[in-house]
Write a new protein. Structure first.
Length: 45
């Protein structure tokens, strides 16, 4: 029972780390794309 709990804790930790990495990647890509769109609209607007 304890071994299962520890494994579940490990999976939860990995899952949280993966979610955090994906979230930061999405935020950074949105900032880059949004900034790029703003720059393009200023240049060609």
């Amino acid at each position: 029972m304890n071994a299962d709990y520890e494994d579940y804790g490990n999976i939860g930790e990995r899952r949280n780390r993966r979610i955090r990495i994906v979230a930061w990647s999405v935020i950074i890509s949105m900032i880059l794309v949004g900034g790029g769109a703003t720059v393009l609209s200023l240049l060609f607007g």
